[in-house]
Every structure is written in structure tokens, then in C-alpha cells.
Design a protein around this ligand. Structure first.
Ligand SMILES: Nc1ncnc2c1ncn2[C@@H]1O[C@H](COP(=O)(O)OP(=O)(O)O)[C@@H](O)[C@H]1O
Ligand SMILES: [Mg+2]
Length: 365
């Protein structure tokens, strides 16, 4: 079993808290993604799991064992960095075998592992080549090979595709996920790229300023963002926010936005009058001439099967994703209808989601 459990993990550098009381569980065999903007504490979290950085407080459990104060070498973990340093004077085979050789593993076992890794990574044909002339993708595969041959309990990867161009990243993303599906090793993958995270993860923890804002499967995070930060960070274009001031009684399934009544999920608790933001994803907006919520089309962006239509409303610019067959003209007055069950409601001051009866409380923390 290679479950990773992070409990109240905290890291300060002087009086700056880089990671604040983090809690999450990476289940055995999961592909887990730590996602967040640059500087939010992802690398620091990963380095603590690896044993390269000591936490200020909190605990880390690997397969049920407390490893918080164990050295990196005593943890059965392989780390793949963004900038993969290969040994330039060695060929691919020797690069991959290097750590096993250092451990004094018998040559026969080394050969077996190197060949197995090369087969998984589909680099058998370059095993005897020098690493100096390799493409970025092949270099990355060699770096992965070095991690795979150790047959660790877990893999930690810190933006391993960051150095590759976007087309190639996309390919490596699906390769990495395919690799994981074959190896089934617990993996913690760090990225600032939400598309990478959404496409690869079994579970995501989204970090912001050292804090885990939400932790769950991609579908849940997308459908029920726990905060405005998460709602804005995930999805492109991101969720629209319509800002308004109102009190909403428990059990009510509607909100008054200006003079338009908007249907939304029934609330679990009374919301005293305050500043609120209604959150709606672009694909949950349809044009409907009978809707009281109106605006003027500003422009549209053709994306093949869909288009993104920007509409100026009294609540600011709203982006809708509609079928590209529906024609819209700039300046046209349109009514907007929201898929009511898909709406989110946020308390503007805290930025946190207001619970609705539709969603379980856990997801909204
Ligand atoms: N050794 C260190 N000393 C001081 N500050 C650090 C150190 N390492 C990281 N930090 C700070 O902690 C914050 C989080 O860094 P990091 O974990 O590298 O973020 P991320 O990987 O999400 O971009 C940043 O503000 C960074 O400047
Ligand atoms: Mg980093």
C-alpha cells in the first residue's frame, strides 16, 4: 500500500508561511495533481513529501508509516523534476541504470529493469545512443526511465513537462497518464496548468497562497467550486460572476438580480443581506428571447463546433459557449437563460461558496 497522507502540514520560511496547514490524502494507485498559480506552495509541499525539506509542523504518512522526520533516502519515492539533468557522458542505458548501479544491484536485475522501463517508455531503440543528441521528449522519457527502474512506492513529479513546447506537452500528458495506468504507482504531479490537471488527475488539490482551497475529483471541482478562486482558475473561459446584493431565505430557489428573477439551486441556510456573486459557466448559458436578463452582444469567437459569445450586461461582460450554428451579430440585444441547477453562489467577502441543498456540504467545505 502506498497511500500518502498529509496532515496539518505547515512550512514557514522565516515569518513567511509558504504552506499553511495542508490536508489531503493521495490514495494508493491514484494520479494526484497539486494545482495552483506560481508561488502558491506546490514545490514546497512536494519537497516535504520527498523528504528534501523539513516541515515546520504537521505530519506525512507513507503507506501508513510516519515519515515526517525520515531522510529522503529512507523514503521509497522517486522524484522527477522539471529540469532533468542527465549525465551527458553516459548513453541512455547507463543514465537509466545509474541509481541501481550505485545501490550495488546485480547486473542481471539492472538489465531486466532497464529493458522493462525502456519497453514501457518505448525507447528501446535509443538505449545505446548518447543522451546529448536527444530531443526534449526523449530526454524526458529517459528521466522518467530513471525513476521507473527504482520501482518506488510513489512518483513525485514537479512540472515535468514545463520545459516542452505546447504541442509536445499535450502528447506527453497522455503518455504519462497511459504510463500511470500501466504501472498503477501512486503519483503526485505538480502543475500550474489547469488543462493538464483536468485531463490527467484522479484527484486534484488546488492551492492558493499556501492553502489547499479544494480537494476532489476534477469533475466535482469543476461542477462545484468551493471558492471564487477555484471557479476562476478552472475552466476556460472561466466561470462568469454576476455581482449583486441580496438576502436569500433558506429554501428559496431564486435570487433577484437587479429586476430579473433568476432561478438557482435551493439554499440550505438563510443568507443575510450581503454582497454575493452568482457563478455560471459559459456552457450553462443559452440565448432565450423570453429571459428578463438581457444584454448586447459584444463579439464572438469561433471555435469550430462551439463559439464563445461575449455579452455586455448590467452585471458586466458575460461569456457564453453556444453551438457555432446559432448566429449572433455584434450589438444584437439578447436574453440569457442559465441552467439553474448548475449555478454556484458565492459570498463575496469570504470568496467561499454558499451551500445549496443540491450539493453536499463536504464539497463546499
Ligand atoms: N527556501 C526558501 N526560502 C524562502 N522562501 C521560499 C523558499 N522556497 C520557497 N519559498 C517561497 O515560498 C513560496 C512558495 O514557493 P514554491 O513552493 O516554490 O511555489 P510553487 O512551486 O507553487 O511555484 C514562494 O513565495 C517562494 O518564494
Ligand atoms: Mg514550483
Amino acid at each position: 500500500m502506498a497511500e500518502i497522507r498529509v496532515e496539518q502540514l505547515h512550512k514557514s520560511f522565516g515569518d513567511f508561511a509558504a504552506v499553511k496547514d495542508s490536508n489531503f490524502v493521495v490514495e494508493s494507485g491514484d494520479f494526484f495533481v497539486l494545482l495552483g498559480p506560481s508561488g502558491c506552495g506546490k514545490t514546497t509541499t512536494l519537497r516535504m513529501i520527498a523528504g528534501l525539506e523539513l516541515p515546520t509542523s504537521g505530519r506525512i504518512l507513507l503507506g501508513g508509516n510516519d515519515v515526517t522526520f525520515k531522510r529522503a533516502a529512507e523514503r521509497d519515492i522517486a522524484f522527477v523534476f522539471q529540469l532533468f539533468a542527465l549525465y551527458p557522458h553516459m548513453n541512455v542505458r547507463k543514465n537509466i541504470a545509474f541509481s541501481l548501479k550505485c545501490q550495488g544491484m546485480p547486473q542481471k536485475e539492472i538489465n531486466r529493469r532497464v529493458e522493462e522501463a525502456a519497453r514501457i517508455l518505448r525507447i528501446e531503440h535509443i538505449l545505446d545512443k548518447s543522451v546529448t543528441g536527444l530531443s526534449g521528449g526523449d530526454r524526458q522519457r529517459v528521466a522518467l526511465g530513471r525513476a521507473i527502474v527504482r520501482e518506488p512506492m510513489c512518483f513525485l513529479m514537479d512540472e515535468p513537462l514545463g520545459a516542452l513546447d505546447s504541442e509536445f506537452r499535450h502528447l506527453m500528458c497522455s503518455e504519462l497518464r497511459g504510463l500511470h495506468d500501466r504501472l498503477k504507482a501512486t503519483t503526485v504531479y505538480v502543475t500550474h496548468d489547469q488543462l493538464e490537471a483536468m485531463s490527467m488527475a484522479d484527484k486534484i488539490a488546488i492551492m492558493n497562497r499556501g492553502e489547499v482551497e479544494q480537494f476532489g475529483p476534477p469533475q466535482e471541482i469543476y461542477a462545484r467550486p468551493a471558492s471564487m478562486f477555484v471557479a476562476d482558475f478552472i475552466g476556460s473561459p472561466p466561470m462568469n460572476f454576476l455581482h449583486f446584493h441580496a438576502g436569500i431565505p433558506r429554501g428559496s430557489g431564486e435570487a433577484l438580480l437587479g429586476d430579473a428573477v433568476v432561478e438557482m439551486p435551493v439554499l440550505q441556510e438563510d443568507v443575510a443581506p450581503r454582497d454575493l456573486a452568482l457563478g455560471v459557466r459559459p456552457e450553462h448559458i443559452a440565448f432565450d428571447d423570453n429571459s428578463p436578463l438581457r444584454g448586447a452582444v459584444y463579439g464572438s469567437e469561433y471555435l469550430g463546433t462551439t463559439q464563445i459569445v461575449t455579452v455586455n450586461t448590467q452585471f458586466g461582460q458575460i461569456k457564453a459557449r453556444t453551438k457555432s450554428t446559432g448566429e449572433v451579430r455584434p450589438g444584437e440585444n439578447v436574453g440569457l437563460r442559465f441552467a439553474s441547477s448548475r449555478l454556484s453562489l458565492f459570498d463575496k467577502q469570504s470568496g467561499r461558496a454558499v451551500r445549496s441543498a443540491l450539493f453536499d456540504g463536504a464539497a463546499h467545505g
